[in-house]
Design a protein around this ligand. Structure first.
Ligand SMILES: Nc1ncnc2c1ncn2[C@@H]1O[C@H](COP(=O)(O)OP(=O)(O)OP(=O)(O)O)[C@@H](O)[C@H]1O
Length: 314
C-alpha cells in the first residue's frame, strides 16, 4: 500500500473568469494531520472539491491512496470521508437510520453498525439517535455531519471548516475526536480559518494563496522560521515622542499599551526599554510572546508580501 494519502500533481482549475488553481502540486502522507490554509478565495474549497471528485480539474491529476479521482472514482471516494462546510441533510430521517443508509452507499452493511454506534457515542449523539435531523440544534447537526463522513471508516478524512460557527465546547470535542482519529491511523486534512486550531492540531501546513501553493512546511519549522518576538509594554507618565529606533518597531498601540515586534539578534529588549525610559515613560508591565501561526500567516499572505515575493521572482 502506498505511503501517500493524497497526491496532487500540477492541478489547474479554471472557471469562466477565474483561474482558481494555478498548477498546484504536493503530497499528503498517510497518517499526517495536515492543515490546508489560505485567505478567502485562495482556492482551498476548489482543491477539496477536486480531491473529492465533485469538480474536475481543468488539467493535472489527483490520487487518493493511489486511486485517480477521475479514472478510479469509486475507489478514491471510498478511501475518503469529507465533512462538508455546509449543512446538507434529509430533515425527516432519524439520525441513526440516516447514518446506516449513508454507510450502505459505500457498500458497508450491518457489520458497520457497531462502528456507527461508536461514532454516535464518541460524538455525544447517542441520545439523539432516534430523533430526526430537523429536531436537532445547529451544533448537533454538525456532529451528525461529521459522523456521516466517517460511516465507512475512510482512511483519509477531510474536514472543511468543521468548527465554523460552533461553540467552544463543541470545538474542543471535535479537536479531541479528530486527534483520536489521527492517533488511530486516519490521515486528517483540515481547512480552517481559526489559525489557533491549525497551530494546535496540525503536523504540516500548506498555505494556498491566489491559487498557488505558497508554503508547505512542518508546523514547527514554520513557527521557528519567523525570527521575531513580540514585546508588550504598559507605560505611564507623559513622555514625549518615542525615539525613531523604537517607533519603527511599533506594531500596535491601545490605551497605555505598546506592542512592539523585535527581530531576534537585532533588536534587544533591554535597549528598547532603556530608550523608552529615556523618553520619559515609566514601564508598568512587560510581556513577551513568541509568534503564533496567525502572525506568520498574516505576514506571508498579505498582498504586500505576495507582491514583493512575485516581484523578486520576476
Ligand atoms: N463554481 C464557481 N464558479 C466560478 N468561480 C468560482 C466557483 N467556485 C469558486 N470560484 C472562484 O474560485 C476562487 C477560489 O475559490 P475557493 O472557494 O476555492 O476559495 P477558498 O480558498 O475556499 O475561499 P474561502 O476561504 O472563502 O472558502 C475564487 O475566486 C472564487 O470566486
Amino acid at each position: 500500500m502506498t505511503d501517500t494519502a493524497i497526491s496532487i500533481q500540477n492541478v489547474h482549475k479554471r472557471y469562466a473568469s477565474t483561474h482558481a488553481l494555478k498548477g498546484v502540486s504536493f503530497d499528503i502522507q498517510r497518517g499526517e494531520y495536515f492543515g490546508l490554509l489560505g485567505p478567502n478565495g485562495a482556492g482551498k474549497s476548489t482543491l477539496i472539491s477536486v480531491i473529492a471528485g465533485l469538480t474536475h480539474a481543468t488539467s493535472g491529476s489527483v490520487a487518493v491512496l493511489g486511486h485517480d479521482v477521475q479514472q478510479q472514482f469509486r475507489a478514491a471516494r471510498r478511501a475518503l470521508g469529507v465533512v462538508p462546510q455546509e449543512l446538507v441533510y434529509d430533515p425527516f430521517f432519524p439520525v441513526r437510520d440516516m447514518l446506516r443508509i449513508q454507510a450502505g452507499y459505500f457498500g458497508c452493511g450491518r457489520d458497520y453498525w457497531p462502528w456507527i454506534d461508536e461514532l454516535l457515542e464518541r460524538l455525544d449523539l447517542t441520545d439523539k439517535a432516534e430523533q430526526s435531523m430537523r429536531a436537532l440544534s445547529g451544533g448537533m447537526k454538525r456532529r451528525v455531519l461529521i459522523a456521516q463522513a466517517l460511516v465507512h471508516k475512510p482512511d483519509v478524512v477531510i474536514l472543511d471548516e468543521p468548527t465554523a460557527g460552533v461553540d467552544v465546547e463543541l470545538r474542543r470535542t471535535l479537536w479531541h475526536f479528530t486527534r483520536e482519529l489521527n492517533d488511530a491511523g486516519h490521515t486528517i486534512v483540515l481547512t480552517t480559518h481559526y489559525l489557533e486550531e491549525a497551530e494546535e492540531l496540525c503536523d504540516r501546513i500548506a498555505i494556498l494563496n491566489h491559487g498557488e501553493l505558497q508554503v508547505l512546511e512542518e508546523k514547527r519549522a514554520l513557527l521557528n522560521r519567523h525570527p521575531y518576538r513580540f514585546l508588550s509594554l504598559q507605560l505611564t507618565g507623559d513622555g514625549g515622542a518615542l525615539p525613531p529606533e523604537v517607533e519603527r518597531l511599533v506594531e500596535d498601540r491601545h490605551e497605555d499599551t505598546l506592542e512592539l515586534k523585535l527581530e531576534q539578534g537585532k533588536d534587544f529588549i533591554a535597549d528598547v526599554m532603556e530608550a523608552i525610559r529615556n523618553a520619559g515613560y515609566r514601564i508598568q508591565d512587560v510581556r513577551t510572546r513568541e509568534p503564533h501561526l496567525e502572525d506568520i500567516f498574516m505576514e506571508l499572505t498579505s498582498d504586500a508580501h505576495t507582491d514583493s515575493a512575485s516581484g523578486a521572482a520576476a
